[in-house]
Design a protein. Structure first.
Length: 121
């Protein structure tokens, strides 16, 4: 290790950016609860307007409007039935259901899926 070496400002900004996103992801992991019963998976996500370490995209996209209500969404996701090129065929698509509640300062949603491929980053 070399001492007394000056770090360029670009390196400092990259380190600060990585540290910010690492802290943010650790904070978000505390707000996401995951349960699995075999291949059936349930996720509970809780977000609020006064979170620390929010990105600019979060403040505009998630909290840009004051919303009040309940919503439902259905996504078709890649399943775990096939691998390789067959993984992206129509036979390997499984539904994922989301139910959410938007309150003025709080957003809560529940995701339910069966046989859906998940990649944890």
């Amino acid at each position: 290790m070399i001492k007394n070496k000056k770090v360029k400002t670009t390196d400092e900004s990259i380190i600060n950016w990585e540290l910010h996103h690492r802290i943010r992801s650790q904070r978000l992991n505390k707000q996401i609860l995951k349960f699995a019963l075999g291949r059936f998976k349930i996720k509970f996500v809780f977000r609020h307007r006064f979170e620390k370490f929010m990105d600019l995209s979060d403040t505009h996209s998630m909290w840009g409007k004051w919303e009040l209500g309940m919503w439902f969404k259905k996504n078709m996701c890649v399943g775990i039935k096939y691998t390789g090129k067959k993984a992206f065929s129509k036979n390997n698509l499984f539904p994922e259901y989301m139910v959410g509640f938007n309150l003025l300062w709080i957003k809560l949603w529940i995701t339910m899926s069966w046989n859906v491929l998940e990649i944890d980053i």
